[in-house]
Design a binder for this molecule. Structure first.
Ligand code: IPM
Ligand code: MG
Length: 380
């Protein structure tokens, strides 16, 4: 009897560069698992996205769906590509289905520099980008994405030529995402500021949002010293590129606004290849089950797929978040994050020149994985 905890992790390599970057993150997870005295990971891969359409005719086949539901956590590479882009059945539908089915209501997308050495890669001036440290917390299973929808029938003569997307939120939806944002804010010391973003000057759902966020923070976190402000999505989009540090902290917003603002914030730290993300079904406080889907923020990058040059760091850092939030293995997560920082900072000193192409270097996906594993091994 080893007495080790055992966790089932479903791996969804997906499309494009997904399988290449996931391979490196899986190596990292296997290494952590083999060295840990406390836990072991059972990793199993399933088809998802375009590859699943090719193999089974749908992006989220039943065996994948069932495995994801039963899993302790899920690691995803990326889905989509031109091959399926215009088809009737699209890979992205699998993503929307799995979010809903697992009730992954909280999408967390940090945008900060894993190392100061990367400042030069930001599309913003260094003086503006420096010190950006924003975590977007996006509501992920309601709003325009999942409301009633009517497609326009533009091909039938006499049709009304109208399309509708319905935006629906209720009090409980806003309360639970606010609690999660507040939880994350309180993980930092001093607590991170909470910036709630809406369009309350126009939308009823936004007025609901603003009031419920305010009440939840006041009633449930009033004694915790949490600072909360509200702003409109249009001016927030402007601030994000003119003075992003003003948004440092937790940016809490609904599904559609979060989709747009998280793309905007994610480019500030330079390489899309570096950033992780998580979609959670509950508070990651270890008190109850928190299934989660963890993935790099980048897409499937079909233009470089199969060449072994994609940056695996965003996926490796996603694996670290998976350990921290769904499996409660904080130390293992910190070790992976330290190993990644070490690899990035050693680059800065010119010791290894280890950069993938997105960061102006020539290192392969596997070389970066090798180096992260080598650094990690020293810490375990
Ligand atoms: C994202 C993506 C998805 C979304 C697409 C692929 C459906 O843009 O994860 O942000 O809009 O949520
Ligand atoms: Mg998006």
């Amino acid at each position: 009897m080893s007495g080790k905890k055992s966790y089932n992790v479903v791996v969804l390599p997906g499309d494009g560069i997904g399988p290449e970057v996931v391979e490196q993150a899986v190596r990292v997870l296997e290494l952590v698992s083999s060295k840990s005295k406390d836990f072991e990971l059972n990793l199993k891969s399933y088809n998802f996205g375009g590859v699943a359409i090719d193999a089974a005719g749908k992006p989220l086949p039943d065996d994948t769906r069932n495995a994801c539901k039963a899993a302790d956590a899920i690691l995803l590479g990326a889905v989509g590509g031109p091959k399926w882009g215009v088809g009737k059945v699209r890979p992205e539908q699998g993503l929307l289905d799995i979010r809903k089915e697992l009730d992954l209501y909280a999408n967390i997308r940090p945008a900060s520099f894993p190392s100061e050495s990367l400042l030069a890669y930001s599309p913003l001036k260094e003086s503006i980008a420096k010190g950006t440290d924003i975590i977007v917390v996006r509501e992920l299973v309601k709003g325009l994405y999942y409301g009633d929808r009517k497609e326009a029938d533009l091909d039938t003569p006499g049709g009304d030529g109208e399309a509708t997307d319905m935006m629906v939120y209720n009090r409980a939806d806003v309360q639970r995402i606010t609690r999660l944002a507040a939880y994350l804010a309180l993980q930092q010391s001093p607590p991170a500021k909470l910036h709630s973003v809406d369009k309350a000057n126009v939308l009823a759902t936004s007025r609901l949002w603003r009031r419920v966020v305010t009440e939840t923070v006041q009633h449930e976190f009033g004694d915790k010293g949490l600072e909360l402000d509200h702003s409109l999505v249009d001016s927030t989009a402007m601030l994000m590129v003119s003075n992003p540090r003003k948004l440092n902290g937790i940016l809490l917003t609904e599904n559609m606004f979060g989709d747009i603002l998280s793309d905007e914030s994610s480019v500030i730290p330079g390489s899309l290849g570096l950033l992780p993300s998580a979609s959670l079904s509950g508070l990651p406080d270890g008190k109850s089950r928190c299934n989660g889907l963890y993935e790099p923020i980048h897409g499937s990058a079909p233009d470089i797929a199969g060449q072994g040059i994609a940056n695996p760091i965003g996926t490796i850092l996603s694996a670290a978040l998976l350990l921290r939030w769904s499996l409660g293995q904080k130390e293992a997560a910190e070790n992976i994050e330290s190993a990644v920082r070490k690899v990035l900072d050693t680059e800065q000193m010119g010791g290894l020149g280890l950069r993938t192409k997105d960061l102006g270097g020539e290192a392969s996906t596997k070389e970066v994985g090798d180096k992260v594993c080598a650094e990690l091994e020293k810490l375990l």
